[in-house]
Ligand binder design. Structure first.
Ligand SMILES: C[S@@+](CC[C@H](N)C(=O)[O-])C[C@H]1O[C@@H](n2cnc3c(N)ncnc32)[C@H](O)[C@@H]1O
Length: 205
């Protein structure tokens, strides 16, 4: 991992993802978190402040050590116990059926093998457990799509591996999830190439 990815990018990401205009979306999504929680692509820990009070412990996975350096102050201030793991979501070491809730916010764009990560997420969820996701991805507008395809090679370089053009619901449905809720919309204050969001709840039956 180079200097940009491990030192500079985590600060850029923290500034972008900590933005207030995403706060309401994060809070609404996390209101449905229950029991033992796993958060994938934890980043700089922006979500910690939005978990409901009844959550006792969150396990987090993210392979970028730069993220982990920034996140320490948020973990120290969190009212919840956090077990931080410096590992990739495609290779989760936890036993089958460990978690009640898995959370993924703006992570599926950056995880290199998102289908494998989703297979692992499905495996580590308990039966009845749920994946809560809030992700940007492929727009339904063909003109926006064209630019998303054009700009993804650049976004992958400057955005920590971020693909602008992933079809998030389709990716989630590569695994045997039951999609209980799905809401898709354009974020008002974001460029169209990065502002088409999918917010959903996918359950393991
Ligand atoms: C755009 S950031 C989102 C951070 C955070 N979830 C948020 O909502 O602000 C994407 C995160 O995915 C992480 N990531 C990249 N590859 C990953 C992998 N294989 N497994 C888990 N996380 C990964 C990156 O290190 C980065 O922290």
């Amino acid at each position: 991992m180079g200097l940009y990815s491990s030192v500079i990018f985590p600060h850029v990401l923290d500034w972008m993802m900590g933005n207030d205009f995403l706060a309401g979306y994060r809070r609404d999504l996390l209101a449905d978190a229950r029991g033992e929680v796993l958060e994938v692509g934890f980043g700089t820990g922006v979500n910690l402040q939005y978990y409901p009070a009844q959550i006792r412990k969150i396990t987090t996975v993210d392979p970028n050590p730069g993220m982990n350096r920034i996140v320490e102050r948020r973990i120290a201030a969190a009212p919840v116990a956090v077990e931080k793991r410096l590992i990739a979501a495609e290779k989760l070491p936890m036993p089958d059926g460990t978690f009640d809730t898995v959370v993924s916010t703006f992570a599926m764009c950056s995880i290199p093998n998102a289908s494998e990560a989703l297979a692992q997420i499905h495996r580590v969820l308990k039966p009845g457990g749920r994946l809560l996701f809030l992700e940007h991805g492929l727009s339904p507008d063909p003109r926006v799509q064209t630019w998303q395809h054009r700009l993804t090679p650049i976004s992958k370089i400057i955005g920590g591996g971020c693909h602008l053009n992933r079809d998030i619901p389709k990716l989630v449905q590569t695994q045997p999830f039951n999609m209980q809720a799905l809401d898709q919309f354009n974020l008002e204050r974001a460029p169209r190439v990065a502002g088409f969001l999918s917010r959903g709840i996918a359950a393991k039956d």
